[in-house]
Write a protein that binds this ligand. Structure first.
Ligand code: G6P
Length: 611
């Protein structure tokens, strides 16, 4: 979390940094700040979103050709002007931005305090910066060396960028555990947490690896490891268009991304699934097919919405491939002493490919000999690089903090993996295999049909927006969709919502039911249909309000529910791809009806790079 941007070159640094910070705001928006170097260092910072910083800088001196900027998701120290980055060192000569957590900051701080250092903020960042400065003062003024020495002593994760008043032509950056991209222009360099602040200026980028240090001048890029050995930067061409990271006429990224789903799902299937030929072509899957075929167990590791995609996949893979599947929260898995046996395959699911818990969890599993298969959206991300093989979701940049299009793309990839594997293992009969290929191919058009109900869902949002709590219920393949619907509502509207297996609600949540509680049933027609009809009756008997997502033509539930949202008929294996769409729209419209910032819900960040 936290977004960082830096520039050094011939252009005005401030507008580039400001625009970049706006693009990176999805990573955190508790405060924002810039340090600009024009003879002396000027630091401006403000609690709140980047717009607040921008407003506070109108009329201020912002001329500079070198600068660093930061948008913060608070860890150490409350969101405030004081704790905002950049921080200045005690001498006022160094300015630094940081993304990550310095775990041994307390010890470092007390050592520095004993030497007389005073701190203006509560952050671990200011501690690291003064630690660097202290070494710098004592080592004869070699800042690069001081940074290297300091980072060798640091426990934790970081991307840092340091600007030195005495060396206005140099930026020094380093990475461990948090993402960092360098944009290489003509006589200029850019630094950012992802490529979105850079693509407007150059498509040539270098992804910095852990334990690497980048020393940037306008016309020179030097990459080193912490041992001071020079490395050859690997310059890659970005395959990303500016339009993909703009709103394109929608009022929010969230709505744009929900409406992009017919395309993103199509893009995800394109070139892979051929229903006529009966084939699924996925080179990443093919490359480790032998391991997958012989797997004793599949462990799916993820966080948040990606974890929900994993949960749907558990049902699908066990049904089609007859391989036991366990779905793990990365944050729990990494701190257990997990049992990994020969023949276990880990599937890591992550939109960003940077989620710290997921990354560490797979590294831990790798150490124990597991094969890691990554299902990721961001090309070249840390988890992508840490995986042995994988498949990208091709959903394009997802900027709304709450995941929508990345989730459906993850489900599509996971379903294709399950189909391909079941076909290879011979655990699916040919007729069902071909039928499911066909069903999957029809999903983009069916999603487009669901989206036509936007107005209807908006009216439902108006009707239910004042509810204090919501319950989401589903069975089988739709149970994880109930969890996802509840998560979306919590994230976007701040209404308390719980997702539950529909039958399990009798063991607790049913006590919450009264005439004020909306209960959203995810009840598309499947093998559990009669059972969920009974569950709806149980809620109705207790005067709960039932909103049901049903298959077209389901008169039974339509006759019982207070409100319904219809989705096209589909096989139960692919139905979650349809039933989740109304739930995304419902949370979007409730958030909008409550006048909330749906793209940047409070306290959240898109890319959780701290544990
Ligand atoms: C954050 C985001 C969620 C996302 C989760 C996992 O909490 O707000 O939308 O599902 O992280 O992120 P990942 O990038 O690993 O899928």
């Amino acid at each position: 979390m936290c977004g960082i941007v830096a520039y050094i070159g011939q252009r005005e640094a401030y507008p580039i940094i400001l625009k970049g910070l706006k693009r990176l705001e999805y990573r955190g928006y508790d405060s924002a700040g810039v340090a600009l170097l024009n003879g002396s260092l000027r630091v401006y910072k403000k609690k709140g979103k980047v717009a607040a910083l921008e407003e506070s800088l109108v009329g201020k001196a912002v001329h500079a050709h070198a600068g660093i900027g930061h948008t913060r998701w608070a860890t150490h120290g409350e969101p405030s002007d004081r704790n905002a980055h950049p921080h200045l060192s005690a001498s006022g000569k160094l300015a630094m931005i940081h993304n990550g957590i310095i775990e041994n900051y307390a010890q470092l701080k007390s050592d520095l305090q004993k030497k007389g250092y005073e701190f203006k903020s509560d952050t671990d960042t200011e501690v690291l910066l003064n630690f660097i400065e202290d070494i710098h003062i004592n080592n004869g003024g070699n800042l690069e060396e001081a940074i290297r020495i300091a980072l060798r002593r640091v426990v934790g994760a970081y991307v840092i960028v340091v600007l030195d008043q005495d060396h206005p032509d140099t930026l020094i950056a380093a990475r461990k555990g948090s993402p960092l991209v360098i944009g290489v222009g003509k006589d200029e360099h850019f630094l950012a947490s992802d490529a979105s602040p850079i693509i407007e200026y150059t498509k040539e980028v270098v992804y910095v690896n852990d334990y690497e240090l980048a020393i940037l001048k306008p016309d020179e890029l030097v990459l080193k490891n912490l041992g001071n050995d020079k490395l050859t930067p690997f310059i890659q061409k970005l395959d990303l268009e500016l339009a993909a990271i703009e709103k394109g006429g929608y009022d929010s990224f969230m709505l744009k991304e929900i409406f992009e789903q017919p395309h993103t799902i199509y893009d995800c299937l394109r070139g892979r699934l051929d229903a006529t030929a009966g084939t699924i072509t996925m080179s990443g899957v093919q490359s480790c097919m032998q391991y997958l075929k012989e797997a004793n167990r599949i462990l799916i590791i993820a966080c948040g919405t990606s974890w929900h995609a994993g949960l749907v996949a558990e049902y699908i893979i066990e049904e089609l491939c007859r391989i036991p599947v366990e779905v793990e929260y990365a944050s729990e898995f990494r701190y257990r002493n997990p049992i990994i046996n020969k023949g276990d395959i880990i599937i890591a699911v992550s939109q960003s490919g940077e989620t710290a818990d997921t990354l560490v969890a797979i590294e831990k599993a790798k150490e124990q000999g597991a094969i890691i298969f990554g299902i990721l959206n961001v090309v070249g991300s840390s988890i992508a690089r840490a995986s042995h093989a994988g498949a990208y979701t091709h959903a394009g940049p997802e900027i709304g903090v709450a995941s929508t299009k990345a989730f459906t793309a993850q489900l599509v990839v996971l379903t294709m993996v399950a189909l391909k594997l079941s076909n290879e293992r011979g655990t699916i009969d040919q007729k069902r295999y071909l039928h499911l290929l066909n069903e999957l191919q029809q999903i983009p058009d069916k999603v487009a049909t669901v989206l036509q109900q936007n107005e209807h869902i908006s009216a439902l949002a108006e009707k239910y927006k004042d509810a204090r709590d919501f319950l989401y219920l589903g069975r089988g393949y739709n149970f994880p969709i109930a969890l996802e619907g509840a998560l979306k509502l919590k994230e976007i509207s701040y209404i308390h919502a719980e997702g539950y297996p529909a039958a399990e609600m009798k063991h607790g949540p049913i006590a919450l039911v009264d005439e004020k509680l909306p209960v959203v049933f995810v009840a598309t027609r499947d093998s559990y249909h009669e059972k969920i009809v009974s569950n709806i009756q149980e809620i109705k008997a207790r005067k709960g309000k039932v909103v049901a997502v049903i298959s077209e033509g389901d008169d039974v539930i339509e006759g019982m529910a207070d409100d319904v949202i219809k989705v096209p008929e589909a096989d139960e294996i692919v139905a979650p791809l349809l039933s989740v769409i109304p739930l995304q729209l419902l949370s979007y419209h409730i958030g909008m009806a409550k006048d909330l910032d749906v793209d940047k819900p409070r306290n959240l960040a898109k890319s959780v790079t701290v544990e």
